[in-house]
Design a binder for this molecule. Sequence first.
Ligand code: GRF
Length: 207
Amino acid sequence: MKKRVAAFCSHGGSNFAAIAEAAARGEIPIELVVMIHNNARAGACQKAKRRGIASEWVPRKRFSDEDEYAAHLLGVLDRYEVDIVALAGFMQRIPPLVVERFEHRMTNIHPALLPLFGGQGFYGSRVHQAVFDAGMKVSGPTVHLVDDQYDHGPILMQRAVPIDDCRSPEEIAERVLVEEHELYPRALGLLAAGRFCIEGGRARLIE
Ligand code: GRF
């Protein structure tokens, strides 16, 4: 039985596209039923349209307070009968009410090895700049379950990427993104298949 997944995007949507393609090829037991975004110019909108996936524009500023925003988001997620939420470059805090409703069913991808280089302020190119400035020899994506803190929650999968020969943060970003596109669909597929056991803040893959 396929799980119904909603992706949340703000920008290019390359991770969203990678998930959609893996699902279309039948590699993972999910169906992407909606792409929720807060930016009408997001590249993710074209990517959704091209693949015949519904998109919903839900900008935070349309709502007077967070409760109203949360209620609207939950309404959309109910309408599409969503089982799992996949944050894929979504630059807006998800209200706690929504996080609670999707406990252990909401994922995020971060372009560094958490808990390093994560948390408030670590987004986009800032992450790779910090990794570069620290002189790291490895970086790589982290897919984790979402809890009430930024870039926090049980880690589902990570991948170490050698970056010692990278000459700029942009080069690191490029190398990590290639791995994101492989790792995110895979982690989501395993979650949808019920292959993770969550105990004491840790996620363990069931063989
Ligand atoms: C990715 O680097 C992801 O790790 C981060 O935001 C970026 C989104 O890129 N959370 P895209 O929109 O999927 O191309």
